[in-house]
Write a protein that binds this ligand. Sequence first.
Ligand code: BES
Ligand code: ZN
Ligand code: ZN
Length: 492
Amino acid sequence: MTNLKIQTVAKTPTVAKKQVLVIAVRSVNNTIQLVQTHSDSVAIASLGLEELGVSATFETGTRVQSPDGRIVYLIGAGNNELDEDNMRELAGAATRALTDFEHIIFDFPTEDLGDLQGIAEGALLGLYKYTEYKQPAKPTQVKSITLLTKVRNASSAIDSAKVLASAVSAARDEINRPANDLYPANYAALASKKAKSLGISVEILDEKQLEKQGFGGLAGVGKGSARPPRLVKLTYSPKNASKHLALVGKGITFDTGGLSLKPANSMVGMKYDMAGAATVFNSILAIAQLQLPIKVTSWMCLAENMPSGTATRPNDVIKLKNGKTVEVTNTDAEGRLVLGDGLSAASMEFPDLIVDVATLTGAARVALGNRYAGLMGSAEAVSAVEAAAFEAGELVWHMPLPVELKDMLKSDIADLQNAKIGNTAGGMLIGGLFLQEFIGFKRKSKTDKLAWAHIDIAGPANNDLGAYGYTAKGATGVIIRTLVSLAKGMAH
Ligand code: BES
Ligand code: ZN
Ligand code: ZN
């Protein structure tokens, strides 16, 4: 993707080999019509699209050849208005289907820079493929993406799309990478190298420092593994910043469940359990590349959850970074333990807003399916994240933190327990309530907690069904675009 050229032009390029023109089609009164375009499309419209089997079903594409020899990919827009979000999806579906061409030209109805950015993001993300272990790795043929538009001064919109698409693609690579090749120490090293190259400062705590400095959650979860835990703190602090955003990510590089071992079928896919850390890591990289005027810290809570003779046992009590003791009733509820440490440490700097991202609960998938992330937290934080997600075209759904469920976290012997054995009701919400216990108070206050939002991405982090729109199979890289748009909104 790095060598790919992406540009805007005002006039349709002349017909050339290995080039395809993408146009959307819609069904109006049972006839297929081209959606308003900038090209001279009369020739295509005269082709008799129904007889050619062209479909207006959303994302369904048909290749046709116009009389001048041009290859045209007609892609169904369904009954949707072609807004920025639909065009992002269609652009992704198109590039995914057209990787045998060298030049892909989009003739979509663009009205503003947002539309251009959406199409560019979708087109770039649609080209994503995870190839690290495929032999031989087949590189895509695509060399250029061209957006046909009358909208001017597109370069910053295109640049933003490039930064975001490469952040999401990098996150997808990291999340897709199997746990034998991605573990806390080497992920910390990779993060450090990339962050430093962008002027982001890096602090890494190893297992000894974690233990000594009171990070009992990370230490406790990590100690069953031969591959010890790490806490990575990344700080982007430009001179012109007035606000501070803290991002905390769950980075379980593999979740076996620990001694509360997962059944075989539930363990498959648990390499994705570090998606939260990949999200906060690649978000801060994008924010730094875009030079947004806001201070951001990202905390990657990295551990591998394994069963062994040195692992934390059910009923063990650990002490997290904010001093609270937790009885570990289920070692598979490990995400909240490492995040409890990360949220405590983040709170100690009194940021204006804390957002954590985690593949926290299977219950989130049960409740919301594979496309929506669960969103919980304080009212102002939730509204800010909702607005940012809407702006980015990502799906979040506000869920409650019901006080009565706090009883589920009462331990007989410690301040908290991490799970209520046998309980199945409200699992996602109980996860949120547990994390809330680790949000600190505002500076000089003993009653007002810091603004905080929790995003449970257990559903949308991994797309185990088929690819759709700009979303590949496997890791999706969701919520990065939301976090970048959140930072942008706060930076004003
Ligand atoms: N990593 C899992 C959550 C998960 C499940 C993510 C499925 C993606 C797909 C998490 O650590 C976990 O196992 N949570 C438990 C919590 C329970 C023991 C309170 C769960 O959801 O069952
Ligand atoms: Zn678990
Ligand atoms: Zn987990």
